[in-house]
Design a protein around this ligand. Structure first.
Ligand SMILES: [Zn+2]
Ligand SMILES: [Zn+2]
Length: 167
């Protein structure tokens, strides 16, 4: 993704607008994103402010992540704001740099998407998750596993019982 700013290179206060859609590779977002379900679209403007270039706009996309309890795929809408200064005579570290007449801002977009990814997603607020013993998806029904807390007091009884069972 890049904006050609040759028109406003020398015009302080001048601006150019942009409106793009581009496919991103989910591999760059591993391990949180399984895949992108739509291209990343961004629109906004670049304004020449005293010889530096202020890129402002917003973007959106849809990604597929996994439910953090049952691992089912979940569609997640991502929206983000772009607000970044680019300089071709940079001195400060917090400023993005560029050379020539174009501003390449894919890395800024990628950073914005990463910052806006949810820490975890759920397929449903009430997702029951997977059985920790057999791995069955408990949303599809209960399993026979005993996952209840075992009181240590009864542990010896329990093992006796198990021995009996095995005999
Ligand atoms: Zn789930
Ligand atoms: Zn189970």
């Amino acid at each position: 993704m890049f904006v050609d700013i040759s028109e406003i290179m020398m015009i302080k206060g001048g601006n150019v607008s942009f409106d793009f859609s581009e496919n991103f590779d989910a591999k760059d977002f591993m391990p949180d994103v399984n895949k992108f379900l739509s291209p990343v679209s961004v629109k906004g403007t670049v304004t020449n402010i005293k010889g530096d270039f202020h890129l402002k706009g917003n973007g959106k996309t849809v990604v597929e992540m996994s439910c953090s309890r049952c691992l089912k795929p979940v569609n997640v809408d991502i929206e983000f704001e772009l607000d970044e200064i680019f300089s071709n005579k940079s001195k400060e570290e917090e400023v993005e740099t560029f050379t020539g007449n174009t501003i390449e801002f894919s890395s800024v977009v990628k950073k914005c998407i990463l910052l806006n990814l949810p820490m975890k997603v759920l397929c449903d607020e009430d997702c029951k998750g997977l059985c920790p013993v057999c791995g069955k998806d408990l949303n599809e029904g209960d399993c026979e596993c005993d996952t209840t807390y075992i009181n240590p007091k009864f542990e010896s009884l329990r093992s006796l019982f198990k021995v009996d069972e095995e005999v």
